[in-house]
Design a protein around this ligand. Structure first.
Ligand SMILES: C[S@@+](CC[C@H](N)C(=O)[O-])C[C@H]1O[C@@H](n2cnc3c(N)ncnc32)[C@H](O)[C@@H]1O
Length: 218
């Protein structure tokens, strides 16, 4: 199974969709641009679009972008993306890396990074780069595994969450986590931050809100 196929499978698992849905719900549904960096097959991007945002998912892997486009079109075909109040804008996907976004000066009201920071070669620099993409008054949403996620803890919880994907995730992470880096992230223009445990505390979501611009330049 290649990477895109694996993440398509993982993103379709109930426990994975539920925890990412909870994380996305941490962000007030104000609308505006939402940039999902390292989107893979696009789960968080689609959840953001369903919440009324103009959602763009980016990933440097062409296979991931293709998988995200295909999944969006399949769901649209089945009319699973329509809301009670009517159609919302469909998620869009483009091939780009975090460095490409910074270089192009891209910004968004919400920037999300799900299971991205740990896989970056320099997690701290990556986190700071993500923060630079956030507009004043906007939010950075980071979803990452906690040190508690190991093969053993995943097996213990898998019965409850009923998914092999959690066990494989635990095996892959084996307690490796950027939670301490996220807990300590306090950029000078931070207005507030919140942390929410997900999936019985094996995963966490961090939401960082940036100050309005007038507070930066009084
Ligand atoms: C562990 S997967 C997570 C995928 C998806 N966000 C999820 O939570 O299911 C990490 C993703 O980040 C992408 N990625 C790796 N390096 C990146 C970079 N420098 N900039 C943006 N995305 C990157 C990979 O191609 C991959 O799709």
């Amino acid at each position: 199974m290649n990477g895109a196929r694996f993440f398509e499978w993982l993103q379709s698992a109930d426990f994975y969709r539920a925890l990412h849905g909870e994380a996305v719900a941490m962000v007030p549904a104000t609308g505006g641009r939402w940039l999902d960096v390292g989107c893979g097959p696009g789960l968080v991007t689609r959840l953001a679009a369903a919440r009324g945002f103009e959602a763009l998912g980016v990933d440097p892997s062409a296979a991931m972008v293709e998988a995200a486009d295909t999944r969006r079109d399949e769901l649209a075909g089945k009319r699973l993306l329509s809301t009670a109040t009517g159609a919302h804008p469909a998620a869009r996907f483009e091939q780009a890396s975090l460095d490409d976004l910074v270089a192009s000066g891209a910004t968004a009201h919400v920037v999300s990074a799900a299971s991205l920071v740990l896989v970056l070669p320099k997690p701290r620099a990556g986190l700071e780069a993500l923060w630079r993409l956030v507009e004043p008054n906007g939010h950075l949403l980071v979803i990452e595994t906690m040190p508690a996620l190991t093969f053993t803890s995943a097996v213990r919880h898998a019965q409850h969450f009923g998914d092999l994907g959690l066990v494989l995730w635990g095996l892959a992470r084996s307690g490796r986590s950027v939670a301490p880096l996220l807990d300590a992230f306090r950029p000078p223009d931070l207005a507030s931050s919140a942390h929410q445990p997900l999936c019985a505390g094996l995963v966490g979501a961090w939401s960082f809100t940036r100050r309005p611009s007038q507070e930066l330049h009084p």
